[in-house]
Structures are given as structure tokens and as C-alpha cells.
Design a protein around this ligand. Structure first.
Ligand code: MLT
Length: 302
């Protein structure tokens, strides 16, 4: 019998993939496998029983990877399983940053009771005019499961797409539309692109990468999107960029007190992968990866 502990609920459909050879336990110390999403930081001591941790989702910043490596605990994640959900949120982010859908609909709500709202609309709509994404240059930093999907979708929407990834995998390269320009210097993204989106993991080397220095190299009126991880953007530098007019809009999936209330920011409460489909896919994948490891000793992340 394999014992597992689910630290915060992953979709039931995932757990249904465990067979009667598996038993959920209350006490984490009894478990051979731990299943987790993003909310729990795994800060506890691990028992000798623990063999593997499966993260239903992409980011593994809530798991102490160094400690796991030292103690021989295998860590899985499911980077491709919610990539479609995040890709769609990135497309939405580009569109809501380019067209003032939020400002416009808020205005309608505020004036909803006015019997002359139709007339008022025609007089007022000018201030909500936007720009199109068709023909604009999109820069994607990080061409993993999400970055590649965003690149291909943006090409289909008529954007000129630039991608940067110093660790581009062969698999990702194959899946990348041939008309995406793969640049080898990130500065080319900064200096050329109208919209820049980051899709890299949270590491010491990526912390604050969108900061003062990077922003200084960008075009005036740039739109910046961060639906990857909070630490990638230096919020103070972003705020300064918005206030100086350098950044037209900043869309982030990570509320931060520095930028959250500012009109130049569209702040989403970490909903990038919060779709029924993505949550189910991640939960199923995490369980299947855990099973394949416990039963067959196979290690694969997908
Ligand atoms: C991820 O890391 O997969 C996403 O941030 C979504 C999440 O797990 O909450």
C-alpha cells in the first residue's frame, strides 16, 4: 500500500487516478508521496518515509529543491498541463492592456442608472479608445511550454514575434512557429518590442530582471506583462516607469502593494492557470507522475 498526503486540495479528478493500492493519510510523516499546489510552502522537516513530492502546476518555488536534492526526494511538476490556460490569460492580458475594456465597462457600471446612457456613451467613448495588437511587436522572454504557445498564438493574431531563451529545448524549438524570430540577446527584445511578456522561472538569476536597467532599454509606451512569477519584476522600477510615461500599462498576475492600486496597472489575483481544464490536467498529471515513480521508478515531468 502506498501512502500519500495531499497538502492542499488538488482536483478530485486527479486523486481518482489513484487505485486501491493507495491510501490517503492524515499525518504527513507517514506519506511516501506529497501532492501540493501553489499555496503551501513546504517548510517542514521531511520524514524518512518521503520519496517524492508532486506539484500540480509549474512553479516549484514553494518546494525546497536543495533540501530535496540533498535528501534524495524526487520532485515532479506539470509544466505543460496548465500552459494552455496561462497562454489564454496572456492573450487576454495583451488585449485588456491595449483596449480600455476595464475602464470602459467600469464607466458603464457607474452610469448604468442614467436614462440617457446610450447618448452619453457616444459622447464619452473617445477616452476609452485603444490600439490594436495586429502588426505590433511582441517580445517573449522564456520559450518553455507557455512561451511557445503564446508565440504561436500571437503569430496567428498577426503580431511580429520575437523570442529569447538561452536554454531553448529541442522540443520547444520544434514546436515554435518558424516565423518567430529567436534572438540571442535579450536587449533586442527590450529595444524593439511594443509588448513584452516574461515566462521564466523564479530563480536568483531571474529575480528583478525587469528592473530599472531593462526598462531603460525599452521603447516609450511599452506594455509589460508578468503572468509568470512575482519576483521577476521590480515593482518600484515598474511604478517609476509608469509614472514617467515609459510604460503604458503593466499587467501582472501577482498583486503587490507598490503597484496594485495604480491606474497604469492591471492586477489579476494569480488566475493565470485557474481554469477548470488546467486544474484538472495538472491534478491528473501530478498523480500519474507520482504513480509512475512509486510503482515503476520512472521520473518524468510534463
Ligand atoms: C503554476 O505555477 O502552475 C501557476 O502559477 C498556477 C498555480 O499553480 O497556481
Amino acid at each position: 500500500m502506498y501512502k500519500y498526503k495531499c497538502l492542499n486540495p488538488i482536483a478530485k479528478i486527479g486523486l481518482n487516478n489513484f487505485s486501491d493500492k493507495y491510501q490517503a493519510v492524515d499525518n504527513v510523516d507517514e506519506a511516501e508521496g506529497i501532492l501540493v499546489r501553489s499555496a503551501n510552502m513546504l517548510e517542514m522537516e521531511f520524514s524518512d518515509n518521503l520519496l517524492a513530492i508532486a506539484r500540480a502546476g509549474a512553479g516549484v518555488n514553494n518546494i525546497p529543491l536543495d533540501k530535496c536534492a540533498k535528501e534524495g526526494i524526487v520532485v515532479f511538476n506539470t509544466p505543460g498541463a496548465n500552459a494552455n490556460g496561462v497562454k489564454e490569460m496572456v492573450l487576454a492580458a495583451m488585449l485588456i492592456a491595449s483596449r480600455d475594456i476595464i475602464g470602459g465597462t467600469e464607466w458603464v457600471k457607474a452610469n448604468a442608472g442614467d436614462p440617457d446612457i446610450a447618448k452619453l456613451t457616444e459622447k464619452s467613448k473617445k477616452k476609452f479608445a485603444g490600439t490594436e495588437i495586429f502588426g505590433k511587436k511582441l517580445g517573449i522572454i522564456g520559450l518553455g511550454a507557455i512561451g511557445v504557445r503564446v508565440a504561436n498564438a500571437a503569430r496567428q493574431l498577426g503580431m511580429e514575434v520575437y523570442g529569447y531563451d538561452p536554454y531553448l529545448s529541442i522540443d520547444a524549438a520544434w514546436r515554435l512557429s518558424s516565423d518567430v524570430k529567436h534572438v540571442t540577446n535579450v536587449d533586442e527584445i527590450y529595444s524593439k518590442c511594443d509588448i513584452i511578456t516574461v515566462h521564466v522561472p523564479a530563480l536568483d538569476s531571474t529575480k528583478g530582471m525587469i528592473g530599472q536597467e531593462a526598462i531603460a532599454k525599452m521603447k516609450k509606451g511599452v506594455i509589460i506583462l508578468n503572468l509568470a512569477r512575482d519576483i521577476l519584476c521590480d515593482e518600484v522600477a515598474i511604478l517609476a516607469g509608469i509614472n514617467s510615461g515609459k510604460i503604458r500599462k503593466y499587467v501582472t498576475d501577482f498583486p503587490n502593494p507598490t503597484t496594485a492600486g495604480h491606474d497604469g496597472c492591471i492586477v489579476i489575483p494569480h488566475l493565470g492557470a485557474s481554469t477548470e481544464e488546467s486544474e484538472d490536467n495538472c491534478a491528473v498529471k501530478a498523480v500519474l507522475e507520482m504513480k509512475d515513480f512509486l510503482e515503476n521508478g520512472n521520473i518524468n515531468n510534463s
